[in-house]
Design a protein around this ligand. Structure first.
Ligand SMILES: [Zn+2]
Ligand SMILES: [Zn+2]
Ligand SMILES: [Zn+2]
Length: 147
């Protein structure tokens, strides 16, 4: 897995034949700074604009799919109708899980995979090798459970 740094991004962009622009690096920088926040394209644009007022909205919208293709970010659908982006973390083999509170809408990340046993059982029973998963749990968060 590649490390998430802007220097690596330059090299990767070059290898893939993309133009290396400061704007592209700025978009990655903002996503990195807001790791764990599940931002939409629009939200990422708002944050980029604050720090780099020269970067246009079209650039941000066009850069995110490029970063996804390069393996820096991936989209996550949290059921609110818009694609949200998160950082592909170094050393992370499978995607982390999300806990979605049906009461307040809060999203909590589960960092541990916890599915090793299930993955093994599926392989044993179906001969199916699991390469990734997108798990969302719906329920009541600890704050809402108390009230
Ligand atoms: Zn897993
Ligand atoms: Zn809640
Ligand atoms: Zn997440």
């Amino acid at each position: 897995m590649l490390s998430n740094s802007k220097d690596d991004l330059s090299q990767l962009l070059r290898e893939k034949g993309y133009k290396i622009t400061e704007q592209r690096k700025a978009v990655l920088e903002i996503v990195m700074e807001h790791d764990g926040e599940h931002l939409s394209s629009q939200e990422i644009y708002e944050l980029v604009k604050k720090k780099y007022p020269d970067v246009g909205v079209a650039t941000v919208y066009r850069t995110l799919p490029v970063l996804e293709e390069l393996g820096y970010v991936y989209t996550v659908d949290l059921g609110d109708g818009c694609a949200r982006y998160e950082l592909q973390r170094e050393g992370q083999q499978h995607r982390h899980h999300h806990l979605i509170c049906e009461c307040c809408g809060e999203i909590t990340e589960v960092k541990d995979d916890l599915l090793d046993e299930i993955e093994k059982k599926i392989y044993d029973n179906y001969g199916f090798t699991i390469k990734d998963h997108r798990v969302k749990f719906y329920g009541i968060c600890s704050k809402c459970g108390k009230c």
